[in-house]
Design a protein around this ligand. Structure first.
Ligand code: TRP
Length: 462
């Protein structure tokens, strides 16, 4: 089935290209912006530990499942679900999941683009901040000036959506492959440089301790303890781009001969490495300059400029840092829009380019709610013991990362490891039937769904 569909749809040129594109999708604002502030807010090492366990035991097997479904399905999300369901002899409304996954991408992109827009604003902001001489206070006021003015945020949100839509309209593989090939290694090099800088700060030890020495007493507080596990699994899904069809679509462009497990493992490891490095940069700065750990989404935008204001060549490093953050965000945002666009196009609703502009426009409109969440529409609420200040933005984030992604992930896992034939799964993973396959299959069949259900029940019902 996959073989018939593929020639018309094109393929990645090699396994490396797939790994780069999937890494480009996975490594993004989730690693550098979101992971540190979630870890700060959720109390540090315990969150990091649960996050790592979630990536390894739930994330990686389900990521394999998602790629496998994409490649075997070989179509857009809805048609793939239908074809796979038919092949497995399953009834059930599986194709509906194609629509809900594509919609989830649009919802995520609506707020992701606003943050992506801030990274563009910050590239320019670096020059201004630098000439003013920069301390923690002026970095904080620069941030509130940007986010407090709906007009400024809206402008940069618009620019970021244009960047994303233009690429998706022209087809992902033209240009994107090349950009990712150059920019991903550069991003890694810059992060390593920043870690070396952070290691020279007096707050480094405290930062490392915050990330790696777990305080198990946190679990004793039942309210906070529950929130941590859900936040960690949500973050694992978000960071791996898991559970909304982005990786499934990328998988549908994967040639039949490529081994899925090795490629997925590489993506998962790179993604985790970047998140940990980002934490190792940001926490020492936070401790050294007495910034607030639980400052939420503003963390990176305030703590990093403080460091750039002090270090030698800070302006240059600052501009590079935010440029690379932008690139990381860009290669991810494309994968958020792609499934919806591919669906509109292959369903013959609109042409490829009109599909991209229609989905881009819808996302842009939805994004206005996030722009306003930091000023006019800001309101606070409490979710599982953590207080949130940015109304609709926080709600969208929780709805997508902590609810839609884990639930989709659970369903994907159940589909591959329970509904699909074991022999088909074995054929796609191409590991033979030995211990490695047995382990992945066992983890995907029993441990992963059990853990997701447990975390969801524990969070909402217990
Ligand atoms: N993983 C990306 C990040 O960490 C964001 C992202 C891209 C994403 N595609 C996704 C998240 C699909 C969830 C689902 O920034």
């Amino acid at each position: 089935m996959a073989a018939e569909a593929q020639p018309a749809r094109g393929q990645w040129s090699s396994r490396l290209t797939f790994v780069l594109a999937a890494t480009g999708s996975a490594v993004g604002l989730g690693n550098i912006w979101k992971f540190p502030y979630m870890a700060g807010e959720q109390g540090g090492a315990l969150f990091v530990l649960i996050y790592l366990i979630c990536v390894l035991c739930i994330g990686i097997p389900l990521l394999m499942a998602e790629v496998l479904m994409g490649r075997r399905g070989g179509h857009n999300l809805v048609a793939s679900m239908r074809a796979l369901g038919k092949e497995a002899g399953a009834r059930g409304p599986w194709p509906v999941m194609g629509w809900t996954m594509a919609s989830c991408g649009v919802l995520i992109l609506s707020f992701y683009s606003v943050i992506g827009g801030w990274t563009i604003a910050y590239i320019l902001e670096m020059f201004r901040l630098h000439s003013d001489g920069l301390g923690a206070v002026s970095a904080a006021s620069a941030f509130s000036e940007l986010t407090g003015h709906p007009g400024r945020s809206l402008l940069w949100h618009t620019v970021f959506m244009l960047l994303t839509t233009v690429v998706v309209a022209r087809g992902v593989r033209r240009g994107l492959e090349k950009a990712v090939q150059i920019l991903m290694p550069l991003l890694l090099a810059l992060l390593v440089f920043m870690v070396v800088y952070a290691a020279s700060l007096e707050g480094f030890a405290q930062g490392v301790k915050h990330m790696f020495v777990a305080d198990f007493d946190k679990f004793a507080d039942p309210e906070a303890g529950r929130g941590i596990a859900l936040a960690a699994i949500g973050q694992a899904f978000f960071s791996l781009s898991l559970g909304m069809g982005a990786i499934m679509i990328y998988g549908s462009y994967l040639p039949g001969a490529v081994s899925i497990p090795g490629a997925v493992l590489a993506v998962g490891l790179l993604d985790t490495l970047v998140a940990l490095l980002a934490g190792l940069v940001i926490f020492p700065i936070v401790f050294s300059y007495g910034l607030a750990l639980d400052s939420g989404p503003s963390l990176v935008f305030i703590s990093m400029p403080v460091a750039f204001g002090i270090m030698p060549y800070g302006l240059l490093v600052g501009v590079l840092f935010f440029t690379l953050l932008l690139v990381a965000a860009w290669s991810s945002s494309i994968s958020l829009l792609e499934p919806a666009v591919n669906l509109l196009h292959e369903k013959k609703i609109l042409s490829r380019s009109l599909s991209a502009w229609a989905a881009g426009l819808l996302t842009w409109l939805l994004g206005i709610a996030t722009v306003l969440s930091f000023n006019k529409w800001a309101f606070g609420f409490t979710f599982l013991g953590k207080s949130k200040e940015n109304g609709i933005f926080d709600m969208l984030d929780i709805l997508t990362s902590q609810i839609m992604l884990p639930v989709h992930g659970l369903l994907l896992g159940l589909f591959v490891f329970w509904v699909m034939k074991r022999s088909h799964c074995m054929e796609e993973l191409n590991l033979g039937s030995g211990a490695l396959f047995q382990t992945i299959y066992g983890v995907g069949r029993y441990l992963a769904p059990f853990a997701i259900i447990l975390i969801i029940i524990n969070s909402f019902l217990a």
